[in-house]
Structure formats: C-alpha cells, structure tokens
Write a protein that binds this ligand. Structure first.
Ligand SMILES: Nc1nc2c(ncn2[C@@H]2O[C@H](COP(=O)(O)OP(=O)(O)OP(=O)(O)O)[C@@H](O)[C@H]2O)c(=O)[nH]1
Length: 339
C-alpha cells in the first residue's frame, strides 16, 4: 500500500498558542520527521531544532495569510515539495496565520489531487483565558469550533480549575461533539495527531529503538496520555457496511481519529478494508488478507471525552451481514475507497 503523508492544519486566533503547539511537536516528534509550513519563522525554535536534527524540510511563506497567499495549485506545489519521497517526511504541519479562514485551507487540501498527501485534520487552538473576549470580538469562532476536527482549549494554566471546567463544557457544547482537549503551552501527545505506531514501524527498519528510548518516551508522555482516550474494538463476526457508514456519519461525541481493519462478508468484497478517519474525513484502502491472517475486524477509536462503552456498543451494533437482496450495500464504503 502506498504511504501517504498526513497534512495537519493548525488554526486559531492570534496568540492562541499555535506556534507553541508546533514547537512542542518539533521539540519531541517521537521519531517522526515533520515538515512544516508557516507564514513566519519568527518565533519557531529553529535553532534548537536543527541542532536536534529534527527540522527536516521547511517552507516559509512571505507575508500574508496562507489562505490568501496560495490557491489550490500553490498549496499543492508547496506540499508536493515537502512530501516528495526523498524528503522522507512522515507528517506535515501547516500553521495557519491567525487571520486565515481554516475552511478555505481544508477545502484546498481535500481537493488536492496529489496521491502522496492525505488529510490529517484541522486542529483549532483556543485561548482559554481570552475565550469570552475573543468570542465577543470574533463571533465566527463558534463556526470555527464546529468546523474543526479537534479543538485544543489551550492556556488552561491561566484559569482556575472551576473556570477551566466551565469553559471546557461551553466549548464542548459549541463544538457540537468535536473532541475538545484542555492543554497548556500546546502540549498535546503527538500520538493523538498522527499514527505514531506507523511512523515507528517505518523507522524501526532504519534504527531499532533501545529499551531506554522506550522507557524515556513513556515517562515523558504519561501525563499527556491521560488527556485523551483510545478505545479498542475487535470482532470475528463481519461488519455490515451500511451500519458502519451510519456509525461514521453520526460518530459518538469526542471521536477524533479511527484506524484499523474491517471484514465485510459481502460477496466480491471479502478483502481486507483498512479504515482511516480524521474528523469527518473517511478513507478506506482495500488489500488482500495475508495467508493465514484471521478475517477479523480490529479498530482503534481515538479522541477526547469519549464514552468508551458507547463507542463499543455503537460498533457492536454494526456487526452483521447485509440482506442478500441488497446489491448496493457496499456503495458508500466504495465511494471512500482507494485501492
Ligand atoms: N501561560 C501560557 N502561555 C501560553 C500558552 N500557550 C502559549 N502561551 C504564550 O502565549 C503567547 C502566544 O503564543 P503562540 O504560540 O505564539 O501563539 P500563536 O497562536 O502562534 O500566535 P500568532 O502566531 O500571533 O497567531 C506566547 O507568549 C506563548 O508563550 C499556555 O498554554 N499558557
């Protein structure tokens, strides 16, 4: 299966903490090589990073906000440059300028015809301390929240605990089921944003992680792990494709990413379907089962504020075989499938 490079867009109003998030990811990328697109390198910690050998490819845009500065082909060219095989990049992060409308960029990305790129999600960073004031000045923030795939309620260190909980409730309500994660200084576990396991597997062929590396990684990320949940689901019984698509259309609150493999027992479609979702974006890849590989569905659902029982019950309700007379049961799945 061809490897694609996920492109994550980080948006948010001025000063909300986008650069802090980017610096956090770059400082501790957990083995991933990160390509970066920013408007201005002013506050990006480039020196520390090049010392650590982690800034692999960077593209700086001159002035102006990204959504105004580039049209679809402009952004495509930029990303193609970063995603070319020789750059060996695992993930690309675009920091949108504080004024950019993230919807324009998401549309540009989803319309990209570059087969090396995949949609990695829109992360909206919100300043907890300034939330009410920002909302008064920019009522459109409510729309941005509903459009994001993941909302980070940042600067929670600047508000008291009860205020933090109140804001978390308010932002969750405004975000209409999108996952909302409280953070300080943009410190989010990179595993929430991209598939760290896939990166590790790819990198392990280059360098075996030592036991000490693994321990160090766990120590650093214990507190960050706690902030989000992942729910595993396994079933030997096949999945009904229509029921699964209904589940994906109406995901339980808090789901950010889903990944794993599916077994549909629909004649002509018994192959392995690998699922990858970010926010509302859904993609399947179809491949053969390996010799002797059990035909089994295995999914991991990742998010914040997840009700694990609800997620498992929802997926459990998708098990079954479609009616034999239903010739089009795979149609919706196939619409989202790249072979
Ligand atoms: N106390 C506190 N300060 C933060 C936090 N996150 C960011 N800051 C500070 O807030 C200021 C703005 O943060 P940035 O990460 O530059 O925000 P930005 O969204 O990239 O800002 P623009 O590029 O201007 O849109 C900086 O001085 C940061 O150090 C946080 O969680 N807590």
């Amino acid at each position: 299966m061809r490897r694609t490079v996920p492109v994550i867009i980080v948006a948010g109003f001025l000063g909300s903490g986008k650069t802090s998030l980017l610096n956090h990811l770059l400082r501790d990328p957990q083995g991933a090589r990160i390509g970066v697109v920013v408007n201005d390198f002013g506050t990006i910690n480039v020196d520390a990073l090049s010392v650590a050998g982690q800034v692999d490819s960077t593209v700086s845009l001159g002035n102006g906000c990204l959504c105004c500065a580039v049209d679809a082909s402009g952004l495509d060219d930029l990303l193609a440059q970063l995603a070319r095989p020789s750059s060996d990049i695992d993930v690309i992060v675009i920091e949108a300028s504080g004024l950019a409308d993230p919807r324009v960029m998401v549309r540009l990305l989803l319309n990209s015809t570059n087969p090396r790129l995949s949609y990695g999600g829109l992360v909206e960073v919100v300043d907890a301390a300034e939330f009410e004031a920002t909302r008064q000045r920019h009522p459109e923030i409510d729309q941005h929240l509903r459009f994001a795939d993941l909302v980070l309620l940042n600067k929670t260190d600047r508000v008291a605990e009860d205020e933090r909980d109140r804001l978390l409730g308010l932002v969750r309500e405004l975000a209409g089921g999108r996952p909302v994660l409280p953070t300080a200084h943009g410190r989010v576990d990179p595993a929430l944003l991209f598939d760290r396991e896939a990166v590790r597997q790819r990198r392990e062929t280059v360098r075996q992680l030592s036991f000490d590396d693994l321990l160090a990684e766990d120590r650093c990320h214990e507190h960050l792990h706690a902030a989000y949940q992942s729910v595993a689901f396994t079933a030997d019984e096949p999945v009904d494709p229509r029921a699964l698509m209904r589940f994906l259309d109406d995901r339980p609150a808090g789901v950010y990413r889903m990944k794993g493999q599916l077994h549909f027992a629909v004649p002509g479609h018994e192959q392995k379907f690998t699922l990858h979702t970010v926010g509302a974006f859904v993609r399947f890849h179809r491949s053969r089962w390996a010799r002797g590989e059990p035909r089994r569905t295995q999914l991991v659902v990742i998010g914040s504020g997840l009700d694990a029982d609800r997620v498992r019950a929802g997926l459990g309700a998708c098990l079954g075989v479609p009616d034999a007379a239903d010739e089009h049961s795979m149609l919706d799945v196939l619409k989202h499938t790249r072979s």
